[in-house]
Design a protein around this ligand. Structure first.
Ligand code: SF4
Length: 223
């Protein structure tokens, strides 16, 4: 696809996504009935088993092998959010388990955490066909689950991984290269946009920039 046309398509998809999400917000459709008086672990399990379950809310349900809800510490101060499950995640039902997942684990360990200390999930929980970007209606259907996860976990910081997750969470079409490394906010939680581990596998010199972003996160978490 021609580069300019592709960019135009991406921008128009992002704009349509933003409009749809704003509409949902106005209609107060993003809040889910999570029971009160339970532990974060129990609430996450309730969300996963009773609310998300075998979700059919969007067309991605038909192509998935496993729904990838998310994994990790229900009380994490740090949550990583990617775009969508890939082939390996879809196969195993776990987020970030392929080569990018191994690199993400190394990044987490370099920050002084174990993978089990943090929480890892994606904007959409079912794999898009051929690893295409999720479409606006799919994000609109799935984003309430992400919001519910975050409201249960109440992390101090979200690290958004990759162009799509960053633009989607920040409701912007600004290129990732311009917003990366600058603090932003999602649902009142500090958000650091940075590159996706898959991009770092293709472009190892960008690891330096990601490490700078993660250092900002570490400083904030220690503060
Ligand atoms: S992507 Fe989200 S909304 Fe769509 S089927 Fe999967 S879990 Fe449901």
């Amino acid at each position: 696809m021609h580069g300019g046309y592709k960019k135009q398509m991406e921008n128009s998809l992002a704009e349509s996504l933003i409009a749809r999400l704003e509409m949902m917000k106005e209609a107060k459709m993003e809040y889910l009935p999570i029971p009160k008086g339970k532990t974060p672990e129990q609430k996450l399990a309730y969300l996963r088993d009773e609310i998300v379950g075998n979700c059919q809310r969007c067309k991605l349900a038909t192509g998935r092998t496993n729904l990838v809800f998310g994994a990790g510490n229900a009380r994490a101060e740090l949550v990583f959010v990617g775009e969508a499950p890939g082939a390996e995640e879809d196969k195993q039902g776990e987020p970030f388990v392929g080569r990018s997942g191994q690199l993400l684990t190394k990044m987490i360990e370099a920050m002084g955490y174990q993978r089990s200390d943090v929480y890892i999930c994606n904007v959409v929980k079912s794999r898009p066909p051929d690893n295409r970007d999720p479409e606006p209606d799919e994000v609109a259907a799935c984003e309430p689950f992400l919001k519910a996860q975050l409201s249960i976990i109440q992390p101090k910081v979200i690290v958004a991984l990759g162009r799509y997750a960053c633009q989607c969470l920040l409701r912007t079409t600004t290129p990732l290269s311009k917003i990366r490394g600058e603090w932003a906010s999602y649902e009142g939680i500090a958000l650091m946009p940075t590159f996706h581990p898959a991009y770092l596998l293709r472009n190892p010199p960008a690891k330096r920039e990601v490490w700078e972003d993660l250092q900002k996160v570490m400083t904030r978490l220690k503060g």
